[in-house]
Design a protein around this ligand. Structure first.
Ligand SMILES: [Zn+2]
Ligand SMILES: [Zn+2]
Length: 770
């Protein structure tokens, strides 16, 4: 009798892999064992060669739905008196050096859902039902290997019935670490004004009554708290916005099932697939008109972010209430999402009328992920719960582990080791000390969980970020003195796109976003780069313009429009001009025009995002914004109401430089249209088409110069569907190969991957000069 050792890499823990192996080995009459190691799963099988081959083949072909096998390695074993009568067994986990992969949290599976609503089941209406195919994973894991004592379930000893399931290899709950039931597991309760009001199903019923009465609830979920209210109760939604100090930014909605989603939104097959996937993200869908959803959910937008119930508690709430709920992150403005019961009691007391709590601790905080579907593929807007910490598989191996600290906005960090990039869950805006603390704590956990010691640190080129890095690394023992690489923001965007597409470049990279520090000290944001993973050259850009008043221009984009349209020879841009007069008092407009002309507190920028803002302001759509990207998103929505508009004709004489998108000429066309009575929606649409045409022409010019035929699109502007699909189509029609984002966000949430990839290459093969 011959034996062999099989090692499997990938996400193979906590996904029902060992029972699957157990059944498979018995099916093929093989003896031996299977064991989780901290590096994956190890198997030893003994039996005839044909049976072992059939077994190895079935391993890959029939693996459980949540498993992700990245490698299977087989090696013959010396004959050693193995006794086939010992059968096939599951051994205890073993610790080793190296890293293993951790499953993200998984939405409730159909089997558990059936049991949840089956009055005969012992887990009928139990809010923590789960099995090997679903339930919490990353959010409860404290250490590896993934066994119950290393999770926040350690405090709940299993009852006899649960223990029997857990120990039976043929049971769906075999080694399901969070396995629990009403007798032995976590439970829920309701608190109001600091006092417990009800427990278990009673708590749920009272919570539902409060929601129906228009109250706002803080609900403890999988990766953090939500603030919830009835999405069809306009007053409740307005109250939630007021308390959260969030006047306009869209709120996510949870709906009972797919049929309900279709009542409120149009859903394509690819969108339905995303909504029913184990990751259960928020999906941005086009909203139907005239539904009973509060208009305050996504003001100014034609889309609404919808997510499915993804825990048993959500399923109970949503099915009982049979209506959509607003479910927005449970945090105060700019703070991280509340994680512990005490966090919520302290930070959400002014926001919530009641608290629906439970006693299963959340170890790793994890916000909801957000995606949209373009070209029948999901594009991440925020990659977090359900995805992190699953690594991005790369086409290269880094010579040394790298820790990349990411960006100021929508921060994530990235740990790069071997050929895997562990992009963290969403951390937040790095302008609050609590967000810093969250980043520091999460970095520490990733380093421990994956057993990686970085050899180099990567961060943004912005001079302020060097100081931020100092402050963060000072709290991470051993990291403060590591060598550092500063990476340009837009190069990082393109590198992130290349890395996830597993291409090395060079490519023509279009990195369009709001703001990033340029090595010339100006603000970049509408860049055409020739780039690979080692370096870049800037070969084109949006013609730079002034941001009069700097930060003020970002909050009040009418200032940018005035700056772009104020004439060099005139003292005021439009003393008698109604269009300008609508922005602000004339005196203020004159001050802004003067600021722009003389360059007083008016940094120059090539930002595409800021040009979108200026256009939205000019046509009177949005002169003052309350969240990043608001004006641009509203402009996109408006443009969709006027389909099939032609681009404005841009002549070479409009262009001071053939390698620039003529920002000023485009604004002047819009102003001329506006003065001759063209509808704002038509102007918005022509603006989009003009950018697409001008960008395609400039790419053609760069391609002629360089011979490159591959183009990467990255940066937050490519969350704009008109721009993304329009430019992709235009460039494909000209024969270019296009790389876009599918796995990490085009926006700043993907920056850390690019920083890490560049840092891994810069010290190995400097192909191009900075
Ligand atoms: Zn399940
Ligand atoms: Zn139990």
């Amino acid at each position: 009798m011959d034996g062999e050792h099989i090692h499997i890499d990938g996400i193979v823990q906590g996904v029902g892999f060992r029972p699957f192996i157990y059944r498979l080995a018995r099916e093929h009459a093989l003896s031996g064992w299977v064991r989780n190691s901290s590096r994956g799963v190890d198997i030893e099988v003994w039996g005839p060669e044909a049976a072992r081959d059939a077994f190895a083949q079935a391993l890959g072909a029939q693996a459980p739905p949540l498993a992700r096998i990245t490698a299977i390695r087989r090696r013959m074993l010396p004959a050693n008196g193995h006794d086939p009568a010992a059968g096939f067994v599951i051994l205890e986990s073993q610790e080793e050096s190296g890293f293993t992969l951790i499953s993200p949290d998984v939405a409730t599976c159909p089997d558990c859902l059936r049991e949840l609503f089956d009055p005969a089941d012992r887990r009928y209406r139990y809010p923590f039902i789960n099995c090997t195919n679903c339930g919490p994973r990353f959010s409860i894991i404290q250490a590896l290997p993934y066994d119950r004592p290393a999770t926040t379930m350690a405090r709940f000893p299993m009852c006899d019935a649960c223990r029997a399931e857990y120990e039976n290899p043929l049971d769906r709950r075999f080694h399901a670490q969070p396995n629990a039931c009403p007798d032995c597991g976590p439970h829920i309760w309701l608190e109001m004004a600091g006092a417990p009001r009800a427990e278990r199903d009673d708590a749920l019923r009272q919570a539902e009554a409060l929601l129906l009465a228009g109250r706002i609830l803080a609900i403890k979920g999988l990766g953090g708290f939500h603030l919830a209210c009835d999405a069809t109760n306009h007053d409740a939604v307005l109250r939630l916005r007021q308390r959260k100090e969030r006047p306009h930014k869209p709120l996510a909605v949870m709906t009972p099932d797919l049929a309900t989603v279709r009542r409120y939104c149009r859903v394509s097959p690819a969108e339905a697939e995303a909504l029913t996937s184990p990751a259960a993200p928020i999906v941005l869908l086009f909203a139907r008109a005239d539904t009973d959803l509060s208009p305050a959910i996504a003001p100014g937008q034609d889309t609404v972010g919808v997510m499915p119930p993804y825990t048993p508690l959500h399923h109970l709430l949503l099915r009982d209430l049979n209506r959509p709920l607003v479910m927005t992150s449970g945090n105060r403005r700019d703070e991280p999402i509340a994680r512990t019961n005490d966090d919520a009691r302290e930070h959400l007391a002014q926001l919530a009328d009641a608290f629906l709590l439970h006693d299963r601790p959340i170890h790793n905080r994890n916000d909801d992920s957000v995606i949209f579907v373009a070209d029948e593929h999901p594009v991440p807007i925020r990659r977090s719960r359900g995805y992190a910490p699953e690594p991005i598989q790369l086409a290269f191996e880094t010579p040394e582990p790298v820790l990349a600290l990411g960006s100021f906005m929508k921060n994530t960090f990235c740990l790069l080791a071997r050929d895997k990039a562990f992009l963290s869950q969403h951390i937040g805006e790095m302008d609050d000390v609590r967000v810093w603390d969250f980043q520091i704590e999460s970095i520490r956990r990733y380093l421990d969980l994956f057993g990686v010691r970085p050899a180099r640190i990567s961060h943004d080129l912005h001079p302020d970020f060097a100081q931020t890095a100092d402050a963060i690394l000072a709290q991470l023992p051993g990291l403060a003195d590591l060598p550092r690489t500063a990476v340009q923001h837009h190069h990082a965007h393109i590198a992130a796109c290349l890395a996830e597409n597993r291409v090395a470049g060079p490519v023509i990279g279009l990195a369009w976003d709001g703001t990033g520090y340029g090595p010339d000290g100006t603000i970049w944001g509408g860049e055409f780069l020739v780039a690979d993973l080692a370096g870049y050259r800037r070969v084109g850009r949006f013609a730079p313009f002034a941001l009069p008043g700097n930060e003020a221009a970002i909050r009040e984009p009418w200032r940018i429009a005035v700056g772009l349209l104020s004439r060099q020879d005139a003292r005021t841009p439009g003393e008698t001009d109604e269009i300008f007069a609508s922005f602000a008092p004339l005196r203020e407009i004159n001050v802004v025009a003067e600021q722009a002309r003389r360059g007083l507190n008016s940094p120059r920028t090539s930002s595409a995002g800021r040009l979108f803002d200026a256009m939205a302001a000019l046509i009177g759509l949005r002169t003052r914004v309350t969240y990043e990207g608001q004006a641009a998103m509203e402009l996109e929505t408006l443009a969709r109401t006027a389909p099939s508009q032609p681009a404005w004709a841009i002549e070479p004489e409009d262009m001071a430089d053939l390698y620039e998108i003529p920002s000023q000429a485009i604004m002047q066309r819009a102003l001329a249209n506006l003065r001759s009575g063209v509808a704002p929606a038509v102007i918005a649409a022509r603006f989009h088409q003009t950018l697409i045409a001008a960008a395609a022409a400039l790419v053609e010019r760069i391609a002629a110069d360089t011979g490159l035929r591959e183009v990467a699109l990255s940066g937050g502007c490519f969350l704009n569907r008109i721009l993304l699909t329009g430019l992709t189509d235009a460039l494909r029609a000209r024969g270019f190969t296009i790389y876009t984002h599918r796995h990490v966000p085009p926006g700043d949430g993907g920056i850390a991957l690019g920083q890490a990839a560049i840092t891994a290459h810069t010290h190995r093969s400097p192909l191009t000069a900075h």
